[in-house]
Design a protein around this ligand. Structure first.
Ligand code: IMP
Ligand code: MG
Length: 185
């Protein structure tokens, strides 16, 4: 396995900056949901780190659930048009205040389709929280209620985001030098 130092072009967002921003997002959510309870929906697997760090700062009564979808073709770097749910929620979200938590919104197709699906289950409210937003790449317009960072169109990894399923564990967001990254090594 290649060491990430071999293809790390730059650290885009370091760990203290990530953590400080996530704390701010939690404070924002606490204010907006005062007197209510909230269900955080983690879209596996990329949103795991942000979900965990976010929920630890929330003081409103918080439940969590997870769902998984597959949107990428094998080895592809862009999402395909269709997403497929591979793991459904355990929770009946009807009449609940739900926040969908994502690692990154790129074209918006993934989160757009997830929202369409979840809306058919009649939640009381449905909002979106994403750590990263590649807004310049948007094809499907979706409202982002809580956004960690607006980033440029670069392929990033770490803190939930993978390159071919690895490196999600890193505590920072790095930019990949695609000329130096060797798939399979
Ligand atoms: P969208 O459907 O185009 O918005 O793509 C969203 C999904 O694409 C995210 O949940 C990620 O899994 C993946 N993705 C988009 N950009 C990146 C990136 O820069 N690094 C890693 N994964 C990414
Ligand atoms: Mg993802």
């Amino acid at each position: 396995m290649q060491d990430y130092h071999d293809f790390l072009a730059e650290v885009l967002i370091d760990e203290p900056t990530l953590q400080a921003r996530i704390t701010e997002l939690a404070q924002q959510i606490d204010r907006d949901y005062e007197g209510k309870k909230v269900l955080l929906v983690c879209i596996l697997r990329g949103a795991l780190p942000i979900l965990v760090d976010l929920m630890r700062h929330l003081t409103v009564p918080t439940a969590i659930d997870c769902m998984a979808i597959s949107s990428y073709g094998v080895g592809a770097r862009e999402s395909t048009g269709q997403v497929r749910m591979t793991l459904d929620l355990q929770t009946n979200i009807s009449e609940l205040d739900v926040i969908l938590v994502e690692d990154i919104v790129d074209s918006g197709r993934t989160i757009g389709q997830v929202m369409d699906l979840l809306k058919t289950r009649k939640p009381k409210s449905l909002k979106v929280c994403t750590l990263l937003d590649k807004a310049s790449r948007r094809e499907v317009q979706i409202p982002i209620d809580y956004r960690g960072f607006l980033i440029e169109n670069k392929f990033v990894f770490g803190y939930g985001l993978d390159i071919d399923e690895y490196y999600r564990n890193l505590p920072f967001i790095g930019v990949v030098d695609l000329n130096k990254y060797k798939p399979g090594l």
